[in-house]
Design a protein around this ligand. Sequence first.
Ligand code: FE2
Length: 213
Amino acid sequence: MTKDSNPEFKRRISLLESHVGFKLETILKHALKARDSYTLEHSERVVFLAEQIGHQMGLNEHQMDILSLAAGFHDIGKIGIADQILLKPGKLSGDEYNNIKQHPIIGANMLRSLGNPVLEEVALCVLHHHEQWDGKGYPDGLQGEEIPTISRIIAVVDAYDAMTTTRSYRSEIEIQQALEIIRQESGKQFCPEAVQAILELRSKSHLNSQTCS
Ligand SMILES: [Fe+2]
């Protein structure tokens, strides 16, 4: 199924339009496609699973809207990262890693530039999607509940998808192994509530290789 015919993608675009009040579809779709196919496909998978976790955690309707949009555009700031860094097959140097760490800031600034209050909320969640529960993340080193709930959900799903999806520099590992790593990082890298939610989805068999392929 192409993104153009994906009903979930269309639903989120219309959701965005209803909040923003003018048509952004062309800009945002082309912006994501302009990066690399992995980023677009990864973002689609993150939305799918993040929404399940949001429901599992009992988010209200407005929070679910923000979650859906933030998950879809969490990595849009990668547009501002050079190809030789973003697509580098080997280990990143310190400077390269520092450069790629700018993508949440770039993405948040892009979303804020539209001057829309809903996108302002989305931007805040995008800005903090690489924060860690123990304060060791970036860009601001926020800790625990200082980090927006939606950002904490995206962080778990982002890691899960990265560990269970083959890309140029990473081989696929078993879902169970990925979930075990996430479980071990509960209260360290990840929010315990979000970890519990993804493990509960697994126990209900709502999380399998089909959901994230
Ligand atoms: Fe990211």
